[in-house]
Design a protein around this ligand. Structure first.
Ligand SMILES: Nc1nc2c(ncn2[C@@H]2O[C@H](COP(=O)(O)OP(=O)(O)OP(=O)(O)O)[C@@H](O)[C@H]2O)c(=O)[nH]1
Ligand SMILES: [Mg+2]
Length: 465
């Protein structure tokens, strides 16, 4: 387990910029004494009761007020970090907030590193590693579903499941090792088949958790939807319609969009990251060539491609070729016939695209009138979440790649343990593999960890968290 020195740390915990208030956070043994040197209120913060707020001023080295503030006092162990803490609520200007922070640093505190407050909460055992990671996810959550996943992880649901699985594994090891103690006497305490049976059950449980990753990741990061198609098919019009704002330039001139435009939007509480691209065609224009190159790049990175077709045209050779190519590349593609306001029903159902790709879902819209947009959103949502296993029985979703890797390596170890048991190898072999599964699972909660893992995780936090 990593440790930290006991220095007092400080940071601005609110975003940079102007606001009604900003908060400067200070944590560490002795921080109340430190703030008392620069805080002038009715009495000293060192005399204050825990969880109380005090009005006063922060003063400079000449005793002149820098700002009027409210200081919230927390005492160990009942604080975010479990240490003594002060949170100074000051006026929310960039200059004044920094002045206060500088003053605190002058008095002996050190600038906190990104995520250091949360890291201390972890190192002091108030939360485990999966919960600490959930704090960062919660801050970044941009949709209902992302929020749901992170809050359940913050409440410790994933950790509880991991701890439960680990305790079952530890029990199995104790059975196996007890038997090893009696090996000389040839006493058999456990039925080998029942051990294999139990390992298999745990393995299945882990595999189910791994299967939830795809969904968890989509919930957390959002689904990348790229609008692609030939120039002038109405891609930018569709983007504007989905976003309900005039985000992208729309003109009748083919080749209008050159740059990539990306925006978020929500369907049924799920986050979708929508990208408008340059229409795909051969061009002599340097800027457009670069635009088309970026379109292809975005298509490769996408989860779903909305392939837009201007249905009012007569010839669809290029579209058919591009769609076939995307299908060949095993891309998830949703064909969307646009400009249905310009054609009759007969054309909509009997055009070459509809007949040739009838096994695929096809959206039919008018990006000008808005016809069909509601159905299109439903289609996008269903495609994004079809074929994805539901959350595990406990309703837990794994959304973090680090957790997924730990689960995968635990399953590999358990498979080896089962193999050893099946091949009648000595109990020692079985228990070594079970132990390494326990270690892998322990990295999720942070029971087993290294400084590298911790630095990696906490460097992704914002300063002041
Ligand atoms: N009638 C009709 N016109 C549309 C529809 N959708 C788009 N348009 C028109 O088609 C033209 C091209 O629309 P854009 O949205 O700029 O098309 P684009 O696919 O982004 O074009 P590029 O950026 O050049 O690749 C504009 O004049 C739009 O007004 C539609 O559903 N019906
Ligand atoms: Mg465009």
């Amino acid at each position: 387990m990593s440790s930290y020195n006991q220095e007092i740390i400080a940071a601005i915990s609110t975003p940079v910029g102007e606001g009604a208030i900003s908060i400067v956070r200070v944590s560490g043994h002795g921080c109340l004494y430190l703030i008392d040197k620069i805080f002038k209120g009715k009495f000293h913060l060192t005399d204050a009761n825990p969880h109380t707020i005090h009005f006063g001023s922060i003063v400079n080295d000449k005793g002149k007020a820098l700002d009027e503030v409210l200081a919230a006092v927390f005492r160990s162990p009942n604080s975010y970090t479990t240490e003594d803490m002060v949170e100074i609520n000051c006026h929310g200007g960039w200059f004044v907030t920094n002045k206060i922070l500088q003053r605190i640093l002058e008095c002996g505190a050190r600038m906190a590193e990104p995520g250091e407050f949360t890291k201390r909460a972890f190192l002091n055992g108030r939360i485990d590693l999966a919960q600490a990671e959930a704090v960062a996810d919660l801050i970044k959550a941009r949709s209902d579903l992302a929020h749901k996943v992170s809050i359940s992880q913050l409440e410790g649901k994933l950790s509880q499941q991991i701890i439960h699985i680990n305790s079952q594994l530890i029990h199995l090891i104790s059975l196996i090792e007890l038997e090893l103690d009696f090996i000389e006497e040839n006493i058999v305490l456990t039925d080998k088949n029942s051990i294999i049976e139990k390992l298999r059950l745990i393995l299945t449980e882990l595999q189910k958790l791994i299967e939830t990753y795809q969904q968890g990741k989509l919930y957390r990061e959002g689904i990348k939807v790229v609008i692609a198609g030939m120039p002038n098919s109405g891609k930018s019009s569709l983007l504007n319609l989905l976003l309900e704002e005039d985000r992208a330039i729309v003109t009748p001139i083919p080749g209008t969009t050159r740059d990539i435009i990306e925006e978020n939007f929500i369907i049924n509480g799920a986050l979708f990251r929508l990208t408008d691209t340059a229409g795909i065609r051969l061009s002599n224009d340097t800027i457009e060539i670069e635009g088309v190159r970026r379109s292809h790049e975005k298509i490769q990175e996408s989860d779903i491609i909305l392939f837009l077709v201007d249905i009012s045209k007569d010839i669809f050779e290029d579209e058919i070729r591009l769609i076939n190519q995307l299908i060949f590349e095993r891309k998830t593609i949703l064909i969307v016939l646009n400009k249905i306001d310009l054609v009759d029903d007969e054309t909509i159902s009997n055009n070459p695209i509809s007949t040739q790709f009838q096994v695929f879902p096809i959206g039919k819209i008018s990006a000008i009138t808005g016809t069909g947009i509601h159905e299109l959103k439903k289609l996008i949502f269903n495609i994004a979440f079809s074929g994805i296993p539901l959350p595990s029985e406990a309703g837990i979703l794994v959304s973090n790649e680090r957790h997924r890797q730990a689960l995968v390596s635990a399953t590999k170890s358990l498979e080896l343990a089962i193999d050893s048991a099946n091949n009648n190898l000595s109990g020692e072999f079985i228990s070594v593999d079970i132990r390494s599964a326990i270690d892998s699972l322990g990295t999720i909660t942070g029971e087993v960890t290294t400084d590298d893992i911790l630095n990696n995780i906490f460097s992704n936090f914002c300063i002041g968290k």
